[in-house]
Design a binder for this molecule. Sequence first.
Ligand code: PRP
Ligand code: URA
Length: 218
Amino acid sequence: MANIPGFSKNVMVIDHPMVQHKLTLLRDKETGSKQFRELIKELAMFEGYEATRHFQLEPTQVTTPICQTTAYTLKGRKVAIVPILRAGLGMVEGILELIPAARVGHIGLYRDHETHLPVEYYCKFPEDIETREVLIVDPMLATGGSASAAIEFIKARGVPSERIRLLVIIAAPEGIQTVVDTDPRITIYTCAIDDHLDESAYIVPGLGDAGDRIFGTK
Ligand code: PRP
Ligand code: URA
């Protein structure tokens, strides 16, 4: 995992060779929906590993077939995964395989095609979200409007910034800057920082429309 100079120290790029290989397959326009969904799930799981690296452990006693020893278990962290609909849904399963006890909240946002601004259409969180570590998931961080709106919704429910993490697959520099401007205490995990946004606010080179590729809607 690498920090990128010039960006906030809170941006973590997952530069693992397996991740980069899978990301290349994901970008390929010839990759169909089935494989695209599988890759998104696998990459989300890799990111989940990194985004839970700070979790604390506590000692416990365990008896192996050989002897008793001190070993470690997670120290009472509760997690909420919050996908930004639709494309964020593709990342949920991979993280749930890692953290089966996590609860899942949903934020429904779409980008207006003219203004590129996020429009909210649904929001439902676990009742005790303010006590949880929150992982917001969405494959694409483009202008950053959707992620920033999601961060503000979650903070308004009483979750401190330090407990909110944003997991994306590809980030544009513009989107990172928007999130840092919204709240520099949020940690962003991404598999790549791409070059720029085009005139339609799509990430270049990117992977196209993540929601359409996951759900086969175009
Ligand atoms: C995509 C993506 C993000 C958003 C990123 O969703 O999944 O939510 O765009 O763009 P931004 O950083 O400029 O806000 P989209 O609006 O296409 O909706 P969808 O997931 O329903 O396809
Ligand atoms: N949303 C996407 O799905 N792709 C982009 O490149 C930008 C926003």
